[in-house]
Design a protein. Structure first.
Ligand code: GLC
Length: 657
């Protein structure tokens, strides 16, 4: 037995009973029927190892560890007692069907409440539209009460228990969650757990000199420590401010501010911060939120001499959040937002002892990046290698796949992956930045540069999906053959995120091909952040054309609907089964293989505007021969000759049974 294990066991015996006693004495918990009390204690027993392991690593050295733990679990017991009846039933449903979010019928939609429907009540009126698309998961962008003025798109929260008054109230949120759930749509919202707005009450108390709240943040009396940290830190928003610390005269202190000056990083070395955030999670879960998008999780733990990203403790925090939140709300899913390079990304879904015990979901930013890379290069070689190099994820976890999001695209391509296919990582990233900002000769894209960093020449890219895929340039030049190609690119990108497995996300407006929107420049609170170029207002007038196949809107929308239908019926796309990128022996055709007890599916995608062929021999080597069906069309394919794919065509091949 390892040392840690015996410590854990000792803790188990010495304090479990004490905790139970304390929980039972809580007046809210005490009112519960015996059966429900026992259910809580049963969960505590079952999840004990999962919670004590990370917590002991994080906070076990503190004298206050045991009373803190008892107090934290008592608070969870209270949240458990307050869980509404309908949500208790939901927990039961999720526990009965733990793979619900991995199924091929899952489809995500992401929208800004105001830009989509005015306010939260307005969203309820759009449920029909979402149902028509087949949406099962709705992510409403940050909606908790932000600081006034500039607020980083809502990622600077001043009150986690109130909704942005412009969008409605907490009651409206709970009502909306209920209505969505009754339509089989799970609500996802952001929980900004790395930082608060500097106007949050904790920050205000800290500013007023309260030491216990100053300990909620990372504050330094002089530049000694900030300078030491800066040696190895990145700058995330170099255009917005230099460095990662901000000086406040009234405090006479430097405060850690990774993002904007008004976003203060929280200090998770302080267990009180952990408990506060956990209680907020359960509060939101009790309003009916089913998925929490945990923002900027890579930054949650700082360590001198490192880039202070992806530290082991950041993972332990997430594991502890998961184990503890399950005591009160086992149906809740945690989604990691960690836009980091491949080796750093996978652990957010749990490795080793933490497999299936960290986040349920994580954004597959690597897939997103390599797909754009395929389109720019007209080659699938880097995508194949980079994805092959990614280790498998645990069977109970799932990717969230997307072709673009509300943020910029950063070219997360490692030197190693690039070198393995004979290209230079730096040069390739530069090429992609040039290509997607339209600087590269003959580029089809119309994106803009974001956060150029002269120190390392890093240039990220903004732009709506349709504009990056060439629709804007084609429409501007009334070039119909280019319009056709742009539509095909849009569908190809969606096709591949649908086929990869996981929850594919459609970003609001992409289903109707909305272009870059420059109106943000007129709003002084938004004007300096060009990410707003791809966060348009929903063009409801345009949606009226969605059923007309003669229109660009109709082509895109209906193409997507066909993909959504095909995905639903293709059960082999269940996320629990791994997908392998394969060499197709044609550099211009990207291949993915699913081979598992649910079935075998070969996905082939031509990433160029020329026809491409995959040889009959290669298909035979992969054991695809005889009578095959293209699951996208449900039509048979003649496999006695080479397979030719039209420009940007994708096929999903399955052996006839
Ligand atoms: C995440 C969000 C991004 C925000 C940042 C700081 O990366 O996606 O929009 O600026 O966190 O909260």
């Amino acid at each position: 037995m390892g040392v840690n294990q015996s410590i854990t066991n000792m803790i188990a015996t010495s304090i479990q009973n004490q905790i139970k006693q304390q929980v039972t004495q809580d007046p809210t918990f005490a009112k519960l029927y015996k059966y429900r009390q026992n259910q809580f204690f049963q969960r505590l027993e079952v999840y004990w190892e999962d919670l004590i392991r990370p917590l002991h690593h994080l906070y076990g050295h503190l004298d206050t560890f045991e009373p803190w733990l008892a107090d934290t679990i008592t608070r969870i017991g209270r949240a458990y007692a307050q869980r509404p009846h309908e949500l208790q039933l939901l927990d039961e449903k999720r526990l009965l069907q733990p793979d619900w979010y991995q199924k091929s019928n899952m489809l995500g939609y992401v929208a800004y409440t105001d830009r989509f429907a005015g306010n939260l009540n307005g969203v309820a009126d759009k449920i029909e539209y979402l149902n028509e698309l087949g949406v099962t998961y709705l992510h409403l962008m940050p909606l908790l009460k932000p600081r006034p003025g500039a607020n980083d798109g809502g990622y600077a929260v001043m009150n986690y228990r109130e909704v942005n008054p412009k969008l409605g109230s907490m009651k409206d949120l709970a009502n909306l969650a209920t209505q969505l759930r009754r339509n089989d749509i799970s609500l996802c919202i952001d929980l900004v757990c790395n930082h608060t707005a500097k106007e949050h009450k904790w920050a205000l108390q800290a500013r007023a000199g309260d030491q216990s709240y100053q300990d909620y943040y990372l504050m330094f009396p002089d530049r000694v420590m900030p300078d030491a940290y800066e040696e190895t830190l990145r700058e995330i928003f170099p255009d917005f401010k230099a460095g990662n610390f901000t000086y406040y005269e009234d405090l006479d202190k430097w405060v850690w501010t990774t993002f904007n000056e008004y976003q203060w990083d929280l200090n998770y070395q302080n267990p009180a911060v952990f408990t506060e955030m956990l209680e907020i999670m359960l509060y939101l879960a009790n309003q009916g939120v089913e998925i929490l998008r945990l923002d900027a999780v890579a930054f949650m733990w700082k360590r001198l001499g490192t880039d202070c990203e992806n530290q082991p403790e950041a993972h332990l925090l997430l594991q502890a959040f998961r184990a503890l939140s399950r005591l009160a709300a086992p149906g809740l899913l945690l989604k990691a937002e960690a836009i980091v390079s491949p080796p750093q990304l996978i652990p957010y879904l749990g490795r080793g002892v933490a497999a299936n015990k960290e986040c349920h979901l994580a954004y597959h930013n690597v897939l997103m990046v390599v797909l754009w890379s395929c389109l720019a290069e007209r080659k699938a070689v880097l995508a194949t290698k980079a994805l092959q190099n990614m280790p498998l994820i645990p069977s109970g976890a799932s990717w969230v796949t997307y072709v673009r999001c509300h943020d910029d695209i950063g070219w997360a391509i490692t030197e190693e992956d690039a070198a393995q296919v004979g290209i230079d990582g730096y040069a390739h990233r530069t090429f992609l930045s040039d290509f997607y900002t339209g600087r590269f000769p003959s580029s089809f894209a119309a994106g803009t540069t974001f956060q150029f960093n002269p120190k390392n020449n890093d240039r990220r890219v903004n732009g709506s999906l349709a504009s990056l895929a060439g629709l804007e340039t084609a429409v501007t030049h009334t070039n119909w053959s280019e319009v056709e190609l742009a539509i095909r690119r849009i569908l190809l990108l969606h096709n591949l995120i649908f086929a990869y497995g996981g929850i594919p996300l459609i970003y609001m407006g992409d289903e109707i091909g909305q272009l870059n929107d420059h109106s943000y420049l007129e709003d002084p609170d938004l004007a300096n952040d060009s990410r707003w170029i791809h966060r348009p207002f929903m063009d409801w007038e345009k949606t009226a054309e969605r059923h007309d196949p003669q229109t660009i809107t109709g082509r895109i929308y209906q193409g997507l609907c066909q993909l959504i239908e095909a995905r639903k019926r293709t059960v082999v796309l269940h996320a629990e089964t791994a997908v392998y990128p394969i060499w197709t022996h044609n550099d211009h055709v990207f291949g993915l293989l699913r081979d598992n007890p649910r079935g075998r599916l070969l996905i082939l995608a031509n990433v160029t505007e020329e026809p491409q062929t995959v040889s009959h021999d290669r298909l035979q080597q992969l054991n695809f021969s005889g009578l095959l069906y293209n699951r996208l069309t449900e039509k048979p394919i003649n496999m006695w000759q080479d397979l030719t794919l039209e420009p940007y065509q994708v096929v999903w091949l399955q052996q006839a049974t």
